[in-house]
Design a protein. Sequence first.
Length: 270
Amino acid sequence: MLKINHISKTFNPGTVNEVVALQDVSIEIEEGSFVCVLGTNGSGKSTMLNAVAGSFIVDEGIITLDHIDITKWGEHERAKFIGRVFQNPFSGTAPNMSIQENLALAMKRGKNRGIGWGLPASLIHEFRAMVKPLNMGLEDRLENPIGKLSGGQRQALTLLMATALKPKLLLLDEHTAALDPKTAAKVIDLTQQVIMKDKLTTMMVTHSMQQAVNLGDRIVMMHKGKVAYDFRGEEKKRLKINDLLTLFDELRRKDNIDTAVASMLADNYV
């Protein structure tokens, strides 16, 4: 279970580049839940995911995972319990190392890696069995550098690496945004299979309303660093893309109204 309690984050405070990224955000994600986080650019969706991953320390609030306070933990400490797939297919892997070497590192996450001269045949056999269901022919290319693969192949492998040890929490940061539609669909299918098979607690940041509607059991919509809407259960199941579009339009209209009111008040003050 993930609990985000009243977290806030401001970047470059007190400067002309100040950005209030998160404002008193609270979310609780139950074990086994699959949450899709939606929002426009600058809404705070990726910032919230990065706060959970430990990419920075929040200014205020508490983050707990399975009742353990991880608020002050570094990113490397949280990586023992959190699997993550990045937006860029070339992140999260060592490009000059082979597929099997990358997989071996993933299997050692959070453990003493030690030193060895090679990979045992039993482990290579296990890796072949892991990648074969991808139907990408990679089981016969385990010695190939992972950096030579296509974006879709690499992203599929990154997903396997992130979930190999069944993390307490899986973070997906727009992990299909850089892929073409056909490849993205294949990676999404794989994502759903892995999450359902291992019942992984998942937070997926996405810009795709189609993905948000079709995947998971909950939608959280972010706006200006806050949670604007939170749909789950039957309410989430009934949501259509047009419903989400309407909600986004309402938020934009409210912004325009707020801006107009602020301008009017400023004019009256002068």
